[in-house]
Design a protein around this ligand. Sequence first.
Ligand code: NAP
Length: 243
Amino acid sequence: MNCALITGASKGIGRAIALQLSRDHRLHILINYSSDLPAAEETLATITAEGGSAELLKFNVENKQEVDSVISNWQQEHPDGFIRVLVNNAGIAKDTLFMWMSEKNWDDVIGISLKGMFNVTQNVIRQMLKNKTGRIINMSSVSGLKGVAGQTNYSAAKAGIIGATKSLAQEVAKMNITVNAVAPGFIDTAMLKGVDMEKYMKSIPAGRIGQPEEVAHLVSFLASEKSSYITGEVIHINGGLYS
Ligand code: NAP
């Protein structure tokens, strides 16, 4: 059974990716979430209503022990299950000017967005190496490339994702595993709640924010066989904001 694990798939970009991978690749979808069970159930219900196959996998990506125990329990229950596609999407933002940023805000954002990628990938990549195939797609951000005032923690995490993507891609390319990063600009999700879009709209050449589905189509391509010679790349999706 070929599977795709999408972290943070209860809502927003992760949910759109889960739906798109199910539609395009007929993979069994593992919907990871950390707290919002009703939202995760909605993702699950939409996939199954469309004739796809999926299940929920609750874990906090920040907690390595929890990640390892949930994924190995799942693997034991599904000995024929193979996570062929991993999308490290889970992430949070806790924006404040650096001067006022608490240590907790720094640690939380780095812990979920960057350490979370380490925790999940190190577990899942073992089977990919054994099977000599796989696709890993990491969610970065325009903030990790150009920096954004008030987001030193988030920008550090997202820049870290890019470095890790490039190094890991070189380690596993011979094993037919590709590792790429996607760097969205402003995408219409809960994460933009409270962001003054009036202020930023002028800086987006396309003149609008992006939709989660637009990011999902890009991830779906990177998850496909068609992208087999693309690895270690950062693909921008931002309406021209950073080009
Ligand atoms: P969102 O709507 O707030 O969704 C965040 C998702 O991450 C939720 O499914 C949430 O699960 C999950 N999550 C949070 N903490 C977690 C943890 N510790 N363990 C497991 N899952 C966790 O955000 P989004 O906008 O879709 O963002 C998705 C990714 O895209 C993030 O990495 C974000 O940094 C990146 N991104 C977003 C934008 C944008 O403009 N929206 C731009 C660039 C990059 P629960 O619902 O269970 O809490």
